[in-house]
Ligand binder design. Structure first.
Ligand code: PMP
Length: 433
């Protein structure tokens, strides 16, 4: 037996990947997999794209890396402008990074510096949701609400005030409005207890990803958060690392509800799986304040390098050129119908939720009590393994703190066609049966 120098999470022995094309991957034994989760919800355009390859090699032929303090670079400028346009001009400043964690880390630090520059150094708390996932670096982990990840580091991260987000599947209240009001009231109470003038920002994912199985918010909730931020003078940060750049059928998920954040993070799909690139999008005056106060004391070596930005630009241009947001919406509706049909077949599928091509399924022991399966049943891992046997990749998560069921994400590339969506549903159906 050869031993591997790589160490990640312990898991079953994995096949070795050979190559990919479109929504499919093949292993070295010739088995085909439909990539039903776009890698890690990152390969938004599918595999083996000639146009992305061409854009990358053209940039490589010119120069791969230049440092942002030494040269302006055209791809960074063009991608920056494209991102601003994608927010319809609501957020006018862009800070590039190389991952989602870096984007969140940058947002937290820019927000803090905004207030220290304005003479409000007493603002030191972030508010975020439990459950949530915002990244693995210490700052991003501090605002993450997922106990197994937090536990080993809880006393060395800056932490945050953790509040519940809306959970329309498990809400105890009779109607959504009352539920949203209660969740917002709890958030207000936490802020008031800590002191309204000590809060820097509220951080939230408009559509939950891995941590919640695509839990949704609604307009009333986001409007309520916006109102709380305005009242207490803190910032609203949307983490769209996973749900941004078209995944939900709009460029950014917040555009479904029309509530604009002060800062927005994105990454994953921006490089479409071809190169790491992420971005922090900012309200212009926040950046102006920080820059006038001596500049942002933060940065990453690879941030905004020409190859990263040329890749991101090619990905955004492909989505535009091919009208892929329309396909995300059309295939999303087809997927929703199919997932709901599967739910009707199995009463242990508790919930189907999502938007565009970001769908979550939550699995529970009984549909009435919504009791989660015991963690040691490892249901999420079993379903994922069965799907893989059937030739389908899905994105699983473990039971969260015993309060929600196992769940997984179905989030294929934006390029998936009607027949491939049928195939995805057939393979998932066989795995669930
Ligand atoms: N925020 C969200 C919402 C995410 O889904 C993720 C990654 N799953 C991150 C931040 C961290 O991104 P990365 O893994 O690229 O550091």
């Amino acid at each position: 037996m050869t031993t591997s120098p790589l160490f990640y999470q312990a898991g079953p022995a994995m096949p070795e990947v050979s190559h990919g094309q479109g929504v499919f991957l093949w292993d070295t034994r010739g088995k085909e997999y439909l990539d039903g989760c776009s890698g890690a919800i990152s390969c938004n355009l599918g595999h083996g794209r000639q146009d992305i390859r061409d854009a990358m090699t053209a940039q490589l032929d010119r120069v791969a890396f230049t440092y942002r303090t030494q040269f302006e670079n055209a791809p960074a400028m063009a991608l920056g402008n494209a991102l601003v346009e994608m927010t319809e001009g609501a957020l006018k400043k862009v800070f590039f990074v190389s991952s989602g964690s870096e984007a969140v880390e940058s947002a937290l630090k820019l927000a803090r510096q905004y207030f220290t520059t304005r003479g409000e150094p007493q603002r030191r708390h972030f508010v975020s949701l439990r459950p949530s996932y915002h990244g693995s670096t210490l700052g991003a982990l501090g605002v993450t609400g997922y106990q197994p990840l937090e536990a080993p580091f809880a006393d060395i991260t800056s932490g945050s005030l953790k509040v519940p987000g809306p959970d329309f599947y498990r809400r105890p209240e009779a109607d959504r409005e009352t539920h949203v009001r209660r969740v917002l009231d709890e958030t207000r109470e936490r802020i008031e207890t800590a002191g309204g003038d000590t809060v820097i920002a509220i951080v939230v994912e408009p559509v939950g990803g891995a941590s919640t199985g695509a839990r949704l918010v609604d307009r009333a909730y986001l409007k309520g958060l916006r109102a709380l931020c305005d009242e207490f003078g803190c910032l609203l940060i949307f983490d769209e690392v996973l749900c941004g750049v078209g995944r939900t059928g709009r460029w950014f998920a917040y555009q479904h509800w029309g509530v604009v954040p002060d800062l927005l993070t994105t990454a994953k799909g921006l490089g479409a799986g071809y190169y790491p690139v992420g971005a922090l999008l900012c309200r212009e005056d926040i950046v102006e304040t920080v820059m006038a106060g001596g500049g942002f004391q933060h940065g990453h070596t690879y941030a905004g390098n020409p190859l990263a930005c040329a890749t991101g630009l090619a990905a955004v241009e492909a989505i535009r050129r091919e009208g892929l947001l329309d396909n995300v919406n059309a295939r999303g509706r087809q997927l929703q119908r199919g997932l709901e049909a599967l739910k009707a077949r199995h009463d242990w599928i508790g919930d189907v939720r999502g938007l565009g091509l970001l769908w979550g399924m939550e699995l529970v022991m009984d549909p009435v009590g919504k009791t989660p399966f015991p963690a040691d049943a490892n249901l999420f891992a079993r379903v994922t393994a069965l799907a893989k046997e059937e030739g389908l990749l899905i994105y699983p998560r473990r039971t969260l703190d015993g309060r929600a069921g196992d769940h997984f994400l179905v989030s294929p590339p934006f390029t998936i066609d009607e027949d491939e969506t049928v195939l995805l549903l057939e393979r998932l159906g066989r795995a669930l049966d």
